[in-house]
Design a protein around this ligand. Structure first.
Ligand code: SF4
Length: 360
């Protein structure tokens, strides 16, 4: 049983701490399996990790306090609209779509105006409105606001001063389509492949959105350990690794050598390819100028044939535009047979030494 605190032991700070601890111990208010429209412009891998059951590091009490401050900003912004349209505001309006779920912070019904409430700091002023917030509002317009002839804004409350700035968001159909295609990729990773999406090539372990610096030190995304953890901890022999002896060991060594040779040859082919394309570009200029299709030099004839481009259909864009639905296409979907990807890793001498494989 929990210790009962006497009135003299209580303080406001302690009460806040106790509330956050109780929240952490209880069930989450959010369904981890739902794809969130609010994160459409953020890390797609994070959505797949959460939905596939990877457990994030719980937020610190400080992070929970920051999150709660966001709700307080929403209360202040709503109070301002309430003076104009008492009793006619809707909060947390659910936007449920086949690609994910979102909640509009504030819907001013009499003027069909959508308000997304955010907190920020003075030093971020130059970056406003943030792309991820514009992405979120774009999807709310696409799935809810446009049908109601809505206008929209992102209202930023500055933490230092309490000042509020509004940034209107104008619906951009190309951005909406791009975001919906992104959500479809998240959906396919979760439901079809059951594998998290890979880490984006331009992400780094110590840079936003994976980690960021604060006056209190480096903060990390809750899923950081799942993405970068193995690269910083000591690698131990994994259960799914089989150590093989001769004669198979020689085959493994040969395979590693072949892969190195293959890579070197591929690099050479790439160089040849660059030169070939440069020559072709030069020949094309001459043939275009002379309206001819072949070049002759001594006994060599070079003929250019123009192959018409292939017609393809961008199914993802068609679904995003609502021309066809995923359900209608489902009977025509085919899943290719899985294939194996082989990766060669050489243990460094230092690592092997630690395991006793090399003796000096
Ligand atoms: S650590 Fe980086 S890559 Fe991994 S889920 Fe978080 S933001 Fe995405």
């Amino acid at each position: 049983m929990a210790d009962v605190l006497t009135p003299t032991q209580l303080s406001t700070a302690l009460l806040q701490q106790m509330r956050y601890q109780a929240e952490l111990a209880g069930p989450s208010k959010f369904d981890p399996h739902e794809i969130r429209l609010s994160e459409a412009g953020q890390c797609a891998r994070r959505q797949t990790l959460r939905a596939l059951g990877f457990v994030p590091t719980p937020p610190s009490l400080r992070e929970m306090a920051i999150f709660e401050t966001g709700h307080l900003a929403e209360d202040r912004i709503t109070a301002l609209w309430e003076t104009q349209y008492p009793g006619q505001l809707l909060r947390e309006v659910e936007v449920r779509t086949e690609f994910g779920v979102g909640h509009i912070d504030l819907w001013v019904d009499p003027i069909a105006h959508l308000v997304e409430c955010k907190t920020t700091t003075e030093k971020r002023l130059k970056d406003l409105p943030l792309f991820s917030h514009v992405a979120q509002v774009t999807l709310y317009l696409h799935f809810y606001g446009n049908a109601r002839g809505a206008t929209s804004e992102i209202a930023y409350l500055f933490k230092e001063t309490g000042e509020i700035r509004s940034y209107p968001v104008v619906y951009d159909p190309a951005l909406a389509r791009q975001l919906i295609v992104g959500l479809m990729e998240v959906q396919a990773a979760i439901t079809l492949f059951k594998e998290p999406l890979p880490i984006s090539d331009d992400y780094q372990a110590t840079a936003y959105p994976c980690a960021w610096h604060t006056p209190q030190g480096l903060r990390r995304c809750g899923f950081w350990d799942h993405c970068w953890g193995s690269q910083v901890t000591t690698v131990t022999e994994k259960k799914d690794v089989v150590a093989v002896a001769e004669p198979l060991a020689a085959d493994v060594a040969e395979y590693a050598t072949i892969r190195v040779q293959q890579q070197a040859l591929t690099e050479q082919i790439d160089l040849i390819d660059v030169r070939r394309r440069a020559l072709e570009a030069g020949f094309s200029e001459i043939l275009d100028a002379k309206q001819a299709q072949a070049l002759r030099a001594q006994n060599i004839t070079l003929k250019r044939s123009v192959i018409p481009g292939r017609t393809t259909t961008d199914v993802k864009a068609a679904i995003a535009d609502g021309v066809v639905t995923e359900t209608a296409l489902a009977p025509y979907q085919k899943i290719n047979a899985p294939y194996a990807r082989w990766t060669v890793r050489q243990r460094t001498r230092t690592a092997a030494k630690k395991k006793g494989a090399f003796r000096s």
